[in-house]
Design a protein around this ligand. Structure first.
Ligand code: NAD
Ligand code: IPM
Ligand code: MN
Length: 370
């Protein structure tokens, strides 16, 4: 039995997570060897408004016992984002040492891409985003608040330990999958943190002579993602740089609703957490317009992490099949199909066995759900 903690959160979070669960239930029904058990946690802004906390003080102890966490999105126009996100999402990411935030950026056949002439094989990269330090360390202060002398300090933290482990993980991934590694930093301006990052990158790269590597400044990386996306394979970057570039990546995939992510604790001391990269999308929440694909794709990453590589591939194939002919498009892709209809279509493709044919649930296949 696989126990999954579900945190739907705010806005469209519950809408997309419901479709991901639909997909997991379809797998449960189709495969006698697989049983998923879900526990729901109503953590989020409504709870904050009710009792003053986003999640209970012992939330991490509660989550620790699960095999994985399925997360929707958090954030609401009525409470400041730094309160809601720091008290929930970032607390889990830091507390469970998710130093790898894996974010595939892959254009599927049939999905409209804003880049003129881009083919699916041109947009196929995977970001390895550092998730436990960097610009998100949350260290700083504000002094003389409200006065003309007000000062805000926000200290980025780049440790050799933290930098090395994420870069090494990226190289291991690239070696397994026969891809290149691109490091993204900003050593010309960030003369301490990014210089350490670049030095560590060169040191680790030297240990992988068979993997081709490149270092880009983040500004140039943004440009190349648009002008020459085929340049990228595995991309490793700090918390903030990869946050920004993966929203650009989501756009290259066809939109925010499509992009998945996996917060991984590679040592498996803590359960890993899977979420779309988009936010709570308050502008479309409650209308059945959200695209659940990013969340469902995150389920594929979850299945891969849980050792169900066959099902991971099947979910990926079901997503690709559902989107291929342009009929099952939510409004973000120019269609009129609802959130639930996409979930139904992907679950039905799985249940029909079309996508699962020939895959074994027992072994984690290369590339799994990516
Ligand atoms: P957002 O990702 O929520 O929305 C950006 C745009 O993308 C909006 O136009 C939205 O409608 C669209 N979009 C997002 N998800 C979509 C989906 N599944 N289908 C179709 N369209 C979709 O980003 P934002 O507007 O900058 O932030 C909104 C709130 O979400 C803020 O409170 C922010 O802090 C929070 N946020 C949370 C997370 C998270 O929980 N992981 C991530 C990003 C932003
Ligand atoms: C993401 C989000 C979060 C981040 C926010 C909500 C703190 O944008 O998951 O990409 O920046 O990590
Ligand atoms: Mn983001």
């Amino acid at each position: 039995m696989t126990r999954i903690a579900v945190i739907p959160g705010d806005g469209v979070g519950p809408e997309v997570v419901a479709e991901s669960q639909k997909v997991l239930r379809a797998i449960d029904a189709a495969d006698p060897a697989v049983t998923f058990e879900f526990d729901h946690f109503d953590w989020g802004t409504e709870r904050y408004l009710r009792i003053g906390e986003m999640m209970p003080a012992d939330a991490l102890d509660i989550l620790r016992g699960y095999d994985a966490i399925l997360f929707g999105a958090v954030g609401s126009p009525v409470v400041k984002d730094h309160v809601t996100l720091r008290q929930l999402l970032l607390k889990i990411r830091f507390g469970f040492d998710y130093y790898v935030n894996l974010r595939p950026v892959k254009l599927l056949p049939g999905v409209p891409c804003p880049l003129k002439g881009a083919r699916p094989e041109d947009v196929d990269m995977v970001f390895v985003r550092e998730g436990t330090e960097g610009e998100y360390a949350g260290i700083g202060d504000r002094i003389y608040p409200g006065s003309d002398r007000e000062v805000a300090l926000q200290t980025a933290v780049f440790s050799r330990f933290g930098t090395e482990r994420v870069i090494r993980w990226a190289f291991e991934l690239a070696k397994r999958e026969g891809r290149s590694v691109t490091s993204v930093s900003k050593g010309n301006a960030l003369n301490y943190s990014a210089v350490l990052w670049d030095e560590v990158f060169d040191e680790v790269a030297a240990q992988y002579p068979t993997v081709s590597k490149e270092s880009l400044l983040v500004d140039a990386a943004a440009m190349f993602m648009v002008m020459e996306p085929q340049r990228f394979g595995v991309v490793v970057a700090s918390n903030l740089f990869a946050d920004i570039l993966t929203d650009l990546g989501a756009a290259l995939m066809g939109g925010m609703g499509l992009a998945p992510s996996a917060n991984l604790n590679p040592e498996r001391v803590f359960p890993s957490m899977f979420e779309p990269i988009h936010g709570s999308a308050p502008d479309i929440a409650g209308q059945g317009r959200a695209n659940p694909t990013g969340s469902i794709w995150s389920v594929a990453l979850m299945l891969e992490h849980l050792g169900m590589g066959g099902w991971a591939k099947a979910v990926h194939a079901a997503i690709a099949a559902t989107l291929a002919d342009g009929k099952a498009f939510t409004p973000d892709l120019g269609g009129t199909v609802s959130t639930a209809e996409i979930g139904d279509a992907i679950a039905a493709a799985l249940a029909a066995g079309d996508c699962a044919a020939g895959v074994s649930t027992a072994t984690a296949a290369k590339e799994g759900g990516r």
